[in-house]
Structures are given as structure tokens and as C-alpha cells.
Design a protein around this ligand. Sequence first.
Ligand code: 5AD
Ligand code: SF4
Length: 441
Amino acid sequence: MKQLHIETYGCQMNVADSEVVAAILKKDGFEYTKNIDNADVILLNTCSIREHAENKIIQRLNELKKLRASKPQLLIGVIGCMAERLQERLFEKKDLVDIVAGPDSYRTLPQLIEKAQVERQAINAELSLTETYAEIYPYRYDDNGISAFVSIMRGCNNFCSYCIVPYTRGRERSRDSQSIVDEVKQLYADGYKEVTLLGQNVNSYKFENDGEMVSFPQLLEQVAIAVPQMRIRFTTSHPKDLSDDLLYVMAKYDNLAKWIHLPVQSGSSTVLQRMNRRYTREWYLDRVAAIRRILPEASITTDIMCGFSDETEAEQEETLSLMREVEYDAAFMFKYSEREGTVASKRMPDNVPDDVKVRRLNEIIAVQNELSRKKNAEDVGKTFEVLIDGVSKKDEGEWKGRSSQNKTVVFPAQNVKLGDFVKVKIVSSSSATLRGEVVEN
Ligand code: 5AD
Ligand code: SF4
């Protein structure tokens, strides 16, 4: 049997896509191998979000040159966002890449591989208005059998001025709601305990089923009812579309995780306007107030970017003050990286010097460390339901898992196993982890 190896970079959407690709190629007679040396085809599922992400892939392709030289039949493919962005340009460097496939062309990978075997180059970077891979049951070759991703929509229509995603993943489209519910039920039957519903902007999910529109809150409710024993998460929410309806559904069902990832990007309304985020600082804070009111036990996490075009010190201060006001539990923090083809790259100069970006990022990281420490300390004494997903990295005698709030909890315990939900009372905390003891299982 032909052997396939996939390396996945970037977001969770890419993890889910790699599993779709693995399913398509399995049907075509490929066997997945963890061992790259055994592979006949190696696919890198790539990310374009920042320059650094792309540089990493180029470096990886250069590393793979040796393997490629030692195995004349080996095919190397670049798939995903970087494939979509660079297309034929990926063939320019000799002997690096044989196959290029964008995010909507994975069904044609069997043909692309066949073509590349003969012609050494094959590409399909066509975007689609309808492809959702709805009926393909992903081959989850590398997960822990406990927690799975389920893609509910693809693409993005938001066109934040800095962002490459609408160009690499195309227009937004929602997947058939029934196929989502069916997949989640199948996962439950297969022994999974948790699913994360994925989309670039899940709040704008909508699908017409038998003449009736299914919105995201409705979909979430259908999923919550279909698998009451499973824990359901979702990501990512765009603040402009976060409705009270959604929060009420989250409050109503115990199996809906009390965690909201709500990327803010900046705390300054002027920067948000330049970013085309379509909300203001005040709107965002109102949404946070709604979460606190309707879902008081929820954790809130975010993405923050510093050094966007024309960003002033005063605007940076607004980001720091918003962080303190919201008190995020955790955050992903980035320096702005200009992406060719975006509105910002055409009209807004990347004019904050790198040393200033670095300093601002460090300020943001310092504030977040302080906040994470504080928020985690507030959890001491409380009891959380933890889904066990592995053993602690630091101490193999301890278990680790996640709370509904998506926080990592470590604890010692006997008579429990991977995939169990256990009640853990928190006894101590750091900025990264909670430590506790089992009170009931
Ligand atoms: N530069 C830096 N960070 C970016 N992100 C998106 N585009 C860029 C960019 N051009 C960040 C945003 C987004 C997260 C996934 O990546 O914070 O929410
Ligand atoms: Fe995911 Fe965006 Fe990176 Fe594409 S560019 S892999 S959508 S984070």
C-alpha cells in the first residue's frame, strides 16, 4: 500500500482539514504513516497568517530536500493556505514541491498525485463557493480519541484589512446542519467525549434545512441535545456577531463549555476602524458585559495584535487598558505582519518599527501574564469538571485535563482513566495551570 504522511501547521481548521485529506486519500488506497521516512507522499498543510508561519514552511521544505533526493519516487505537496496564496510560485524553487493544492481542492488530490507521478508538477488552487466536504467523515489519524474537531463552515467574508484568510480560504459557506449533527453522533458512538465546532466566524453560520434557516445558536442547541454526554466547544466568535441568543443557549445546556474565545485585536476604536473590524471598543465591552451577565462562570480568551499601521502609543495604551478591564483568562498575542494582497498592504503603511512592535508585544504579554495569574488564583477553592486527556508533562504520576473553561488542570488520582470526566477541586494555581485534587468521579 502507498504510504501518506501529513504535517499540519497553523490553526485548528488545518488540523480538521488534514483529517479530511487523510480520509480522501485513504479511500484512494493510501495508508497513513507517522514515520516520514516510509512515506511515498508527504503533504504539508500550511498557514499564511503571518510571514513567520510561511518562513517556517520554506525552511521545512528545504530540510526535506535530502529525503527527496534519496528517494526519487517521493512526492512532496504543499496544501492549505500557503498553497492558495502562492500557487505556481511554489514551483519556482527547483526540487522543492511537486503538488500544490488549495483548501477547496482536496477531493482532487488523488488525481493530482497521479499527475505528479508522471509530470512531476500538479496544481489545483481553485476556490469554491460551495465546497464544505460535508459528507466526508474525517480520518482522525493523530488525535487522542477523546477530543475531536468538527468543521461547520469554511471561508470568511469579513475582510479585516490585515488578514489573508478571505483570500486563502475564499467565501464563507456553512455546512449542512444535519451532516454536522450526524458526525457528532458518530463521534460519540466512536467513544469521543468532546468536540470543538470550527469556523472562521461561527456566529455567522446559517444553513437552510427543509426551508428553515438554522442559525448558529440553533445548531449549537441541536448538537447539545443530540449528544448530552459530550462536551461541546466552538471557535472562533467574531465580536460583531456575538448575540445574547447564543449566550442564553450556552447557559441552558450543561454540556456546552463555558468558554468564549473572542478575538479583540485592539482596544482602540480608531485602530479597530482601520482594521475594518466593524465594532468599537464600547461595543466589545458591551459584549463582554453580556457574557458576564448571562454566563458568569465563563472564561474569556482573545487574540491581540500590536503594531498595526499608524498605531500610536496612546492606542497601545488603550489595548492595555481594555485587557485590564476585561480580565482575559488567556490570550494569543502577535506583532502585526503585513500580508501581500490584503487591503492594509495596499493602502496602509506597515510603519511601526519592529523594535517598537517588539516592545509593545512584550507589554501586552506582561499584562496578560499578570491577568492569567490573577484569574487562575480566583479559581482556587472552586470545583471544576475536568476531562482527562493525558498525563502531566512535568509529573508522569499525575493526570492532566481541561475544565469546561478550557483551562489545563493537573491532579493526582487513582481509579480514573483517559477520557473520564472527574470533579476536581483547585488547590493552587500559576499563570498557566491549575492544580487540584479529585473530589468525586
Ligand atoms: N499579522 C499578525 N497577526 C495576525 N492575525 C491575523 N492576521 C494577522 C497578521 N497579518 C492574528 C489575529 C487573528 C489570529 C488568528 O491571528 O489576531 O485573530
Ligand atoms: Fe488557519 Fe488562517 Fe493560517 Fe489559514 S491562514 S491556516 S485559516 S490561521
